[in-house]
Write a protein that binds this ligand. Structure first.
Ligand SMILES: *Cc1c(COP(=O)(O)O)cnc(C)c1O
Length: 356
């Protein structure tokens, strides 16, 4: 691949961000874009340019057959003014794993990482500095070839865009109500659940909509085959803390392997917790709740980092945790991870990548 073209237009007036940032609604001045052509032999013309609409044929295969993957990570302006990204090499690795599953050509991970860091460097004045704020980084890769026939495309585009975001819970770290359902399934083993791909979200919207109507903020998805085992929650992985064990569903192929999940598992091991990855049935969780062995539950993901669970509903069963106080371990983990991200806690594992 040739070198990165940079085609930057400076803005004359500085953008003043609103007090309340709606997640993903405002984008910075520039995007990174690179195209793929099978006949040209690969990815070509990588460019950082002004944020603008893209031109695609109505027959672009992404619209018809869903060959599309994405990533999500954040850059933080730390207390000392330095700009740092949380484990970006893991997102690039996962981008390529998702690509492989979706028949999208892989891309040189070092080059993508370099382009991402350069894009963040160029737009770093957009990173909000208020508490809990950050710059969300969204790579998206999709089939751009125009064709109504069904097969894997031969032309693709990768775009990286940036969006300044506020804290996920503006009123502070508050527990969220979740709702398990066996009415729908998000993903099935051997399907595309472990790829960060558009279709998994499409499959989840109806369940999500019904959960919201019932007053719950997210769906706890169960395995699609027996509808018995915990999988994950919306765009988060789920952790269950029993009296003598902190556990999370093992990666069976239908669960998205979260980078926050991976980091939480590492921290728990560092802290000496008995940590496992295994199949966890909803019945086991309900039984432990009844005997007092269930201490807390929390979700992990880039957007909120940690989300403590206030209650869990499944049919006529209701597992009630505190509605006002986040769980003890969830809070400790949040402080540790956010501390590393904002540079207040020692980064023992070298998870942060600095842009300058
Ligand atoms: C992105 C995502 C997660 C969380 O992954 P992180 O890397 O921790 O942000 C969990 N589940 C789904 C379905 C996701 O798309």
């Amino acid at each position: 691949m040739n070198d990165l073209n940079i085609d930057i237009v400076e803005r004359e007036t500085k953008v003043i961000l609103p007090e309340k940032l709606v997640f993903g609604k405002i984008y910075t001045d520039h995007i990174f874009e690179v195209d793929y052509d099978e006949e040209l032999g690969g990815w070509y013309n990588p460019t950082i340019k002004n944020f603008e609409n893209i031109n695609l044929s109505p027959a672009a295969m992404v619209f018809h057959y869903g060959q599309s993957i994405f990533e999500g990570l954040k850059a933080y302006k730390q207390d000392n003014g330095r700009v740092a990204l949380f484990r970006p090499e893991k997102n690039v690795e996962r981008l390529n794993r998702s690509a492989k599953r979706m028949c999208i050509p892989e891309i040189d991970p070092d080059f993508v990482l370099k382009a991402m860091l350069e894009l963040v460097r160029i737009d770093k004045d957009w990173i909000p500095t208020r508490p809990g704020h950050s710059l969300y980084i969204r790579p998206v890769m999709f089939a751009s070839e125009p064709l109504l026939g069904v097969r894997s495309a031969v032309n693709f585009k990768l775009i990286i865009m940036l969006s300044p975001v506020g804290p996920y819970y503006p009123e502070g770290f508050k527990p969220v109500p979740i709702y398990a359902t066996d009415k729908y399934a998000r993903a099935v083993r051997k399907g595309i659940g472990e790829a960060k791909t558009a279709g998994n979200y499409a499959a989840s919207l109806m369940g999500q909509h019904e959960a919201k109507k019932e007053g719950y903020s997210q769906v706890l998805w169960l395995d699609a085959i027996e509808q018995k085992y915990l999988e994950e929650v919306g765009a988060m992985n789920i952790f269950v803390r029993f009296k003598n064990e902190v556990t999370t569903p093992m990666l069976t192929g239908s669960i998205l392997p979260g980078i926050t999940r991976m980091s939480v598992l590492q921290i728990l091991k560092d802290w000496g917790y008995n940590t496992t990855e295994r199949m966890i049935s909803l019945q086991e969780v309900i039984d432990a709740y009844k005997t007092g062995d269930l201490i807390e539950m929390f979700g992990t993901g880039t957007a909120a980092v940690i989300s403590s669970v206030s209650k869990l509903k499944f049919n006529d069963q209701l597992l009630q945790f505190s509605e006002t106080e986040a769980g003890e371990l969830g809070t400790k983990l949040y402080e540790e991870l956010a501390g590393i991200q904002y540079g207040r806690v020692e980064d023992k594992h070298n998870w942060m990548t600095y842009i300058d």
